[in-house]
Design a protein around this ligand. Sequence first.
Ligand SMILES: C[S@@+](CC[C@H](N)C(=O)[O-])C[C@H]1O[C@@H](n2cnc3c(N)ncnc32)[C@H](O)[C@@H]1O
Length: 309
Amino acid sequence: MPLLMKPPTHQPVLLSEALEALKAASGGLYIDATVGPGGHAAAILQSSSPDGRLLGLDADPEAIATASLNLTPYQSRFILRNGNFSRLGAVAASLGLGEAQGILFDLGLSSLQLESAGRGFSFQKDAPLDMRFGPSQTTTAAQIVNTHPEEELARLLREYGEEPRARAIARHLVRQRPFQTTLELAAAVAQVAPQGHLHPATRTFQALRIAVNGELDSLKEALPQAVALLAPGGRLVTIAYHSLEDRIIKEFLRQESRDCICPPGVIPCRCGHKATLALISKKVIKPSLAEALSNPRSRSARLRVAQRL
Ligand SMILES: C[S@@+](CC[C@H](N)C(=O)[O-])C[C@H]1O[C@@H](n2cnc3c(N)ncnc32)[C@H](O)[C@@H]1O
């Protein structure tokens, strides 16, 4: 293949840990709910040779196109679909795939999306304020930042960005708007948020991206669907990159690994809830120092594993 046509690459995070957690083996069906450019997916297909199968899903059609190139060596063993994992159950049912032995969620953004000119995910590259994973989503970051009332903008920065200066930033943005580009927005945030070890616009960009893509709601919707798709003994593996996602996963796993979820003091049990999962990793699995040094994107990664009962 000529050098210019080489497909772009992304360094998969916690790769050996995710493979170990999934226990990918020949004959199994695996679902990568966030296939991205296909880094984890290729390793799952390799580990499940000669006949493991994989469904790869991604909300970003560009990611699906890249994965399709990167997974070419496994041609007959994978199916890719462009769609939100909040519809995981419906997508799997429409393909008639049956129960899965492992499902992976590697959340957030790939380096390719972050580095891609024109997507608007990075505060270090000038681009229109878009931040949508795909064209099917109608609201862009520009629409949110340029039209939301100040109070609503502050709430969003506080809840989705965990931004301590949410009110001050929202007030300043409302005075300075409209904004067209990422660099204009990042510069305005930097005028009111102090420079720390993070770029002052980090939390604002995270908040806008989560709001644009409805990321937390999608995750809450997807997790029970994933459990329903797993065969007994099948593994659910998640990698989260910020505390909001990790908290949702932790709470879901805690609830699904308990037989009763009645409020404290309710005896006898009234909820009738039965555990569907056993926790495999009681603690989160974090990247090694070597991985954190070689791939700074991995530093905030938190992997959790559970097994379908
Ligand atoms: C960290 S990347 C995955 C990288 C991949 N594991 C690899 O090693 O190549 C996360 C991917 O999840 C996708 N994504 C995020 N939220 C999604 C959602 N709600 N539904 C489907 N895909 C989503 C993003 O578009 C992105 O491509």
